[in-house]
Design a protein around this ligand. Structure first.
Ligand SMILES: Nc1ncnc2c1ncn2[C@@H]1O[C@H](COP(=O)(O)OP(=O)(O)O)[C@@H](O)[C@H]1O
Ligand SMILES: [Mg+2]
Length: 338
C-alpha cells in the first residue's frame, strides 16, 4: 500500500506561498547535490516569476554551462541575455573574467606607478597568478558580487554549483573579510614607514591612500553581498532533494553545514517523484519495486523535513529543456499563474 501523499492543491500552493508571503526575498537559490534539479528549478522559478511581471535574472557560475542547455540558447560569457520579456539569463565565464582582472592589474600598475611598460618579471607573475585555482574562485566571486550588488532586477536567482562549491563560496565571504581586515591593518601600519618604501617615492602618501581606499571598497562589496545572501528577509534558499536514501542522508549533512554558515533555509522541494497512482495500474515488477522504495524514502523525508517540504515535483516524461517544458515545470512547482 502506498502512503497517502498530500493532495496536489496543498503541495503546489506552498512554494508559491513562500513568494507571496515574503515579497522581500528577492535572492533565490536552490541547493543540493549535482543532477537533482537545481538548474531546472532555477529556470522554472525564473520563468514563473517573469510571467508574473517581475524582472528576473537567473545566473550561474558553473563552467558546465547548464543554463545554455536548458534555455537551448548559447549564453555563456555573453552577459545578461534576454530570454523572453522580463527574463534574463547569464552564465559567467571565469576565464574571461580572469583576463579582465589581469588587464585591470596592468592598468593599475600603469596608472599608479607611471610606467608605460609592464616589467617582464611582473608580467610573468601576473600570468602565473592567473593559473591559481584561487584566482578563478576570486574572479567568480567578484563577478557574483557585481551582479548581486547591482539593483537592476526584481529577482536574482543564483543557479548554484554542486553543494561543496556552494559551501566553499559562502565560506569565502568570511575568509575574504578577515583577509582584507588584515591587509588593511597592515597597510595602515605601513603608512608610518612609507618614506622608506621604495615604491612610494613619488607622491607616496596619495598612492597609499588609493590602495587603502580600494581595500575598503572591496570590503564593502563583500559585506554587502554576503549580508544579502545570508539575510532571511532578502534571501530564500531551497534544498532540492529526491526520494532516495542516499540523497536524504547527504541533504541532512548539508543542511547542518548550511545552518553553520547561517544560510536562511526556506524549505525543501522534492523532485522526480514517480506518480504514486501508477501503483494501482498494471505495471512491471521493476517499476513496482521502484515505487515501493520511493514510498519508504518519501516517508523518511516526511519524518526528517516534514513541515518544511514545500512541493513534490513529479518525474516528467523527458528532460526539461526549452521554454515550453520550463513553463510546464513552473506550473507544476507553483500551481499555475496567480
Ligand atoms: N522532474 C524531472 N523530470 C524529468 N527530468 C528532470 C526532472 N528534474 C530534472 N530533470 C532532468 O535531470 C537532469 C539534471 O537536472 P539539473 O536541473 O541540470 O540538475 P542540477 O542543476 O542539480 O545538476 C536534467 O537533464 C533535467 O532535465
Ligand atoms: Mg546545475
Amino acid at each position: 500500500m502506498l502512503v497517502c501523499l498530500p493532495t496536489k492543491e496543498v503541495i503546489v500552493i506552498s512554494l508559491a506561498r513562500i513568494f507571496e508571503e515574503h515579497p522581500d526575498r528577492r535572492y533565490i537559490m536552490f541547493g543540493g547535490k549535482g543532477g537533482l534539479g537545481k538548474t531546472t528549478f532555477s529556470a522554472a522559478t525564473a520563468h514563473w516569476l517573469a510571467k508574473q511581471g517581475h524582472k528576473v535574472l537567473v545566473f550561474s557560475v558553473d563552467p558546465q554551462a547548464s543554463l545554455t542547455d536548458i534555455f537551448e540558447q548559447d549564453i555563456f560569457g555573453k552577459g545578461a541575455v534576454e530570454i523572453m520579456p522580463n527574463l534574463f539569463a547569464q552564465e559567467i565565464d571565469a576565464d574571461q573574467r580572469i583576463k579582465e582582472y589581469q588587464e585591470e592589474i596592468r592598468q593599475k600598475i600603469f596608472d599608479m606607478y607611471g610606467m608605460d611598460e609592464i616589467p617582464e618579471e611582473i608580467e610573468s607573475y601576473i600570468q602565473a597568478a592567473a593559473a591559481e585555482p584561487a584566482m578563478e574562485e576570486s574572479a567568480i566571486f567578484d563577478k557574483v558580487v557585481d551582479i548581486v550588488v547591482g539593483a537592476e532586477y526584481d529577482y536574482y536567482i543564483y543557479d548554484l554549483v554542486p553543494l561543496g562549491h556552494a559551501l566553499y563560496y559562502l565560506s569565502m565571504a568570511s575568509v575574504y573579510d578577515d583577509w582584507i581586515d588584515k591587509i588593511t591593518r597592515l597597510r595602515e601600519e605601513m603608512e608610518e614607514y612609507q618614506q622608506v618604501a621604495a615604491v612610494v617615492q613619488r607622491d607616496g602618501e596619495f598612492e597609499e591612500d588609493l590602495i587603502l581606499k580600494e581595500l575598503q571598497e572591496i570590503k564593502y562589496r563583500i559585506n554587502t553581498s554576503s549580508s544579502i545572501l545570508t539575510d532571511r528577509e532578502k534571501t530564500a534558499f531551497f534544498f532540492v532533494i529526491v526520494p532516495e536514501e542516499m540523497a536524504i542522508l547527504d541533504t541532512q549533512k548539508a543542511a547542518t553545514l548550511f545552518a553553520k554558515f547561517q544560510v536562511p533555509l526556506s524549505g525543501y522541494v522534492v523532485n522526480r517523484v514517480l506518480p504514486p497512482e501508477l501503483a494501482a495500474q498494471e505495471i512491471p515488477e521493476f517499476l513496482r519495486h521502484r515505487l515501493e522504495m520511493q514510498e519508504g524514502a518519501l516517508r523518511r523525508i516526511d519524518e526528517q523535513f516534514g513541515g518544511e517540504v514545500l512541493a513534490h515535483v513529479p518525474e516528467f516524461e523527458r528532460d526539461i529543456t526549452g521554454l515550453e517544458m520550463i513553463e510546464r515545470m513552473g506550473e507544476v512547482m507553483f500551481g499555475g499563474a496567480r
